[in-house]
Structures are given as structure tokens and as C-alpha cells.
Design a protein around this ligand. Sequence first.
Ligand code: FE2
Length: 180
Amino acid sequence: MAYDLDQFIADTRAALARDPGPAGREKVRQDLEKLLNNHDFINKHCGDDQPRGLQVLYEDPKLGFQVLAHINDKARVSPPHDHGASWAIYGQATKYTEMTEWEREDDGSDPKHAKLKVKKKYRLTPGHAGIYQDGDIHSIDYPDYARFVRVTGTDLDKINRIKIDLKTGTVDQMTPQQAT
Ligand SMILES: [Fe+2]
């Protein structure tokens, strides 16, 4: 039987209950890739008949992790941002996402200013998932109709996160629904 959303949720719950650290999250990343290779899942949750925008597919009442489908029609370039005290796993469903991972060149002592340099750049293609640990800074750039599934350690709208203006280095708080 194909690997479905219910199985993914059960495996994620088990993996994170056993090890909420990097090893447990890596298991979730691998399982998300399995889920994204199930075409029935993609058609059902990421297809054109789905409502647009951010859809919460699941939130775990005990561990707090969320499974989110991002049903995009329009291309978007995000500013560099972190996921605060949470981690995030991005799994590509359709089209692709250009991922950039950044590192800070400053010492982080000024809460209003950051100097960034590119650490890594790659394209996430359908069926592949990348992980961004607590405090990691990344940015995304995707074309029209690129859709992806994210798993986050917690509801990101409830925690403080930052975004950085690349031109000025200004650090701002992210507002709810700027979730990606
Ligand atoms: Fe993000």
C-alpha cells in the first residue's frame, strides 16, 4: 500500500517522541520524501481543487508539530528568515523551490541588524525535502504553481521569528501568516 498521510503522521509522532532532536527530525524528513512520492497524496492534498494558501493538514495535540500544505498559484521570493526556536522541513510537491541557506557574518549582538553571507544554494525538486534547524536562516524562491508540504516543530505563528532585509541588513519580526 502507498505511504499515506495517516501513516506519515503516526511515524512522525513516533520518531519525535523517541528523539525530538536532529536524528528524529531526519527520520521525519525521509518519511516526508516517501509521502511526496505518493501521487494519490499529491493529487488529494496539493491538487488544483484544493483551497489556495496555507492549509493545516495536521497538528499534533501532544507534541505540537504541524503538517502544512502550501497551495500556491503565484511565484514568490521570500526574504531570508528563521523559524525562531523551531525547526522546519520543506518537502517539494510540484515545480521547484530555489533554496538559499545563509549564515551570519556578524556576531548576532545587534538585535536590529544582521550581515549575511550565502552558505548553500540548491534547488528542491518534487519528492525531495530539506531540513532547517532551530535558528537557521534560509530564503525561498519559487515559480507559479510551486507547491510544498512543510512540517514544523510547533505552530510558527505563536513564536518569535526574524526576517532580514538583504539590502539594509535590517532585522524585523515576522508577522503571523508570513509562515514560509
Ligand atoms: Fe522558512
